[in-house]
Write a protein that binds this ligand. Structure first.
Ligand code: NAD
Length: 323
């Protein structure tokens, strides 16, 4: 059995090699993403293991995929929006994904940013850069166990986030589309408006859908506490970026921690000349009460290992069962 893995990055290679040795399955490691142009590299394989932001191809791509004898697309991340599921069904291609590879990784990054903003690390750094070392009454902090943390979305990542904040003694309130009984011991369920109005830290954990697109905009910022910190580890599109910039500039909220931005596809995971970075990014990045990370909340050794192992296992198990 042979599997072709595309978009392989150096951090993944040891895990691919170990899995290959343990399962006696040859895994072809390809740095390029899967497309019509790179499909031939999978000749002789049972399936492909992929993870990429851009669409795999058009109808002809899926026809050729099946004609080559390829049967499986094992996505090694949660999102499968770059795969045309209807075309896969039409051509008998089976698609799997890894719905949860390490929710804890993302939850910990959200907490890390929230605590750094709460204790105003960026603002102190800016003060010290100007030689200001005296106690600034504007920069007095709060302790986490005195605060209310509001979560919007209580799935794998929201649930882990709730556990972390509860462990630190915070009051945790949450709004989710449906009631998740498994988190009753760590959250108080409430509605969207209450999370917006009562939270000292608001952490977003829903997927990006038509219902959640722009869910945090001008009106929501107006209703938040002026001491509130917004954490977005989910998808940039959940937040109206111009409204966020206005809210920060006018002191409607105290800070923001962002691992995702609505226009991140233009520059995240790329090397871009600094003067060509989008204007909204430059404005946000210059604010000492904003932390931006380039969509790396998931990027831990545990998560990368799980993505590789579960992504390959999904293909392997189907093929073994079939034979
Ligand atoms: P999940 O599917 O386990 O949880 C999502 C939750 O959102 C579910 O409980 C669902 O009921 C709820 N939800 C959906 N629509 C809603 C709505 N309109 N209103 C209220 N609740 C709603 O997903 P997850 O694994 O927790 O991941 C959440 C998101 O995190 C993903 O969709 C992805 O965008 C993002 N993510 C980011 C990174 C990163 O590195 N920054 C990594 C993985 C995932």
């Amino acid at each position: 059995m042979q599997i072709a893995a595309y978009s392989v990055v150096p951090a993944e290679k040891p895990y691919f090699k170990r899995w290959s040795k343990e399962h006696q399955v040859e895994v072809k490691l390809i740095a390029a993403p899967l497309s019509q142009a790179t499909l031939d590299e999978a000749a002789g394989c049972v399936g492909v293991c992929v993870q990429q932001p851009s669409a795999l191809g058009d109808a002809a791509f899926y026809r050729r995929f099946a004609q080559m004898g390829l049967k499986y697309i094992g996505v090694r991340s949660a999102g499968i929006d770059f795969v045309d599921l209807a075309a896969c069904q039409k051509n008998g291609i089976k698609v799997t994904n890894v719905p949860a590879y390490s929710p804890r990784a993302i939850a910990e990054m959200g907490l890390t940013q929230a605590l750094a903003l709460l204790r105003r690390l960026g603002e102190y750094r800016a003060e010290m850069a100007q030689g200001k070392f005296s106690l600034n009454p504007r920069l007095i902090s709060n302790e986490i166990y005195k605060l209310t943390v509001g979560l919007i979305g209580l799935g794998h990542i929201g649930g882990e986030t709730a556990r972390l904040y509860r462990a630190l003694g915070a009051r945790v309130i949450a709004y989710n589309r449906s009631h998740k009984i498994q988190y009753e011991s760590v959250v108080e369920y409430t509605d969207f408006a209450t999370v917006i109005a009562q939270s000292d830290i608001i952490s977003l954990h829903t997927p990006l859908t038509p219902a959640t697109n722009g869910m945090i905009g001008e009106e929501e910022f107006r209703k938040m506490k002026d001491s509130a910190i917004l954490i977005n580890m989910s998808r940039g599109g959940l937040v109206d970026t111009p409204a966020l910039i206005t809210a920060l500039q006018h002191g409607q909220i105290a800070g923001a921690g962002l691992d995702t931005l609505a226009n991140e596809a233009e520059f995240f995971r790329k090397d871009v000349p600094v003067d060509q970075l989008p204007a909204d990014y430059q404005t946000l990045a210059a604010m000492p009460n904003v932390i931006i990370t380039p969509h790396i909340a998931f990027y831990t050794a545990t998560a990368v290992k799980n993505m590789v192992n579960i992504g390959l296992d999904n293909i392997y198990r189907q093929e073994i069962k079939k034979n």
